[in-house]
Design a protein around this ligand. Structure first.
Ligand code: AMP
Length: 196
């Protein structure tokens, strides 16, 4: 895997490099180059200014695959997205990074069967990607337990605020342990985002 040197230099494991090679990725994007080494150290929250098409899913998804524990099936990462289309796309992309690791990535969003999603969550999944309204429903109906979450990602945070999800985001964050890494990706940085 000599052509993977640039990704290897960011600190990714051989397992992940093999998964990326399979996808045909050879060179990290700018946001991946800046974010991945920071997140692999896991020391702090990260705010990234990045639009769709910049590789932001890899920027947060690749470190999650490296840091989370695939021997536990508890939810460890919660990723919030403004739309169901984005949630599905992010879940598929992260799933493609896992190589031989035993990770499950579940997307949950409105307009689809609640009980089907609840059954999938019941089976155990380490990574949940969803829209704020449906995530809150699952929390309220106790089909989603977030007490083992170590990483929270707000993807397209500005879009979520534009769509009026601020109250929902605050409520959801109350169910997540205080001690966690927060990652936020947003095309713009209005003050409401900075406050969260
Ligand atoms: P995103 O901004 O995460 O939605 O990614 C945009 C598109 O670029 C997706 O189709 C990714 O699979 C692809 N992509 C992201 N990072 C890379 C990379 N380093 N090399 C090749 N393709 C990439």
């Amino acid at each position: 895997m000599e052509n993977m040197e640039k990704f290897r230099a960011l600190g990714l494991s051989e397992n992940t490099l093999a998964a990326l090679q399979k996808k045909g990725w050879e060179t990290p994007s700018t946001i991946q180059e800046k974010t991945i080494p920071l997140l692999l150290k896991d020391e702090r929250d990260v705010v990234g200014q990045a639009q769709t098409g910049t590789g932001k899913t890899g920027a947060f998804g690749l470190p999650l695959i490296e840091k989370l524990d695939d021997s536990s099936k508890k939810v460890q990462a919660l990723i919030m997205c403004p739309t169901r289309e984005l949630a599905v796309q992010v879940a598929e992309e992260i799933s493609s990074f896992k190589g031989t690791k035993r990770f499950w990535v579940q997307s949950i969003y409105g307009g689809a069967s609640f009980s089907t999603q609840a059954r999938a969550l019941e089976k155990g999944t380490q990574i949940v990607v969803g829209t704020p309204g449906r995530i809150r429903d699952h929390i309220e109906r106790k089909t989603l337990k977030l007490d083992s979450v170590t990483h929270v990602v707000l993807d397209e945070a500005d879009e979520m605020l534009n769509m009026g999800f601020e109250e929902e985001l605050r409520e959801i964050l109350k169910s997540v342990p205080q001690q966690k890494i927060m990652l936020m990706f947003s095309a713009s940085m209005p003050s409401a985002i900075v406050k969260i």
